[in-house]
Design a protein around this ligand. Structure first.
Ligand SMILES: [Zn+2]
Ligand SMILES: [Zn+2]
Length: 332
């Protein structure tokens, strides 16, 4: 299975005068296109949100280790009253009435969703993931920081969490890296310049350059100021051995060669970029072999119906959003 390069959970808010502050949580590989679907500018999908159009994008969370982990996060965010994760923090520590979260509908309002997001981000396993939040507007970011922490129990956001704000368009190379990975990208350039065998910094044994899914490298390789390359497993073991949180997955650690702070998820993301670059080169320069999914035909319906109050969240595997995406990532 090809790993997903980009898959995010997003929060949109209704601008309809009768549904003010009503929100919707979903997940998608393309938040820009997804918003257009919610707003009816593109056909297919998002029919459940049609009556509350128009919608604005508030934020999206990305950097998930796998697509399944993104869906797990999405479910917890969609169901803060039922999710074990947020129940413990929010419901046990404060009375439900003070937060106005007695009804599921209340939980879908803007502030409730920001608070639920804060809780989820501070809770295992999510607090151990290399997540990033993109707010479309700094005002939303400020409100998140002001309203997020529970009044009775202030919890710090995880240190590796990265928060930015600005338009989604500005990070298109992150959302659609397969379209923006050019020959001059430092990662691509580095990969091209490497000999056919590399040496693992940790175990000192040989790594075949083409076995891309088996090794990671310090990003300072690209500026030639560090040459640390390591087997995935070797570096993961090193990270975990130094981890004081007893996490099961590596989170972050310093580079064993140059002491640069490394976030595990970023190393994996980088590994995937190299794989895509290599695939592009093999398929042939000139044409763009990676499918451009701006056309509508392969759109998946990843409308996961957060605001329809399902009585159970057990139908996660029944989602039909798998069909179009492998094409996007594999380019085949
Ligand atoms: Zn090794
Ligand atoms: Zn380094």
């Amino acid at each position: 299975m090809t790993p997903y390069l980009f898959y995010c959970c997003y929060l949109i808010r209704s601008l309809h005068p009768s549904h003010h502050n009503y929100t919707y949580v979903g997940s998608t590989p393309d938040p820009i296109k997804r918003l257009r679907q919610h707003n009816g500018e593109l056909t297919q999908g998002a029919y459940k949100t049609a009556k509350r159009r128009p919608w604005e994008m508030i934020l999206f969370v990305y950097g998930f280790p796998t697509k399944q982990s993104a869906l797990q996060f999405e479910w917890a965010w969609q169901h803060p009253l039922r999710s074990r994760v947020t129940k413990r923090q929010r419901i046990h520590l404060t009375s439900e009435s003070t937060l106005g979260m007695r009804a599921p509908a209340q939980a879908n309002l803007y502030l409730s969703k920001l608070r639920a997001l804060y809780d989820i981000l501070c809770t295992k396993p999510f607090c151990e993931w290399p997540l990033k939040i993109r707010f479309m507007d700094p005002a939303h970011h400020a409100l998140f920081l002001a309203e997020g922490p529970s009044p009775l129990s202030f919890i710090n956001l995880p240190t590796q969490l990265v928060i930015s704000h600005g338009s989604a368009q500005d990070i298109l190379p992150v959302i659609k890296p397969q379209k923006y990975l050019h020959r001059d990208d430092s990662a691509a350039k580095w990969f091209r310049d490497q000999p056919t065998t590399l040496e693992c910094f940790v175990c000192k044994s040989t790594i075949e350059k083409m076995e891309m899914d088996r090794y990671v490298c310090c990003p300072k390789n690209y500026s030639k100021s560090c040459n640390m390359v390591s087997h995935l497993t070797c570096l993961a073991t090193l990270f975990l051995a130094n981890d004081t949180t007893s996490s099961l997955i590596p989170i972050d650690h310093v580079c064993p060669a140059c002491s640069e702070h490394l976030v595990w998820g970023d190393l994996i993301y980088d590994l995937r970029l190299r794989s895509i670059y290599d695939k592009k080169q093999n398929i042939g320069a000139g044409s763009d072999p990676i499918k451009d999914d701006d056309s509508d035909d392969a759109i998946e319906d990843d409308d996961n119906s957060s605001n329809v109050d399902h009585s159970s969240g057990t139908n996660r595997s029944g989602e039909n959003d798998d069909t179009g995406e492998d094409t996007d990532w594999n380019g085949s």
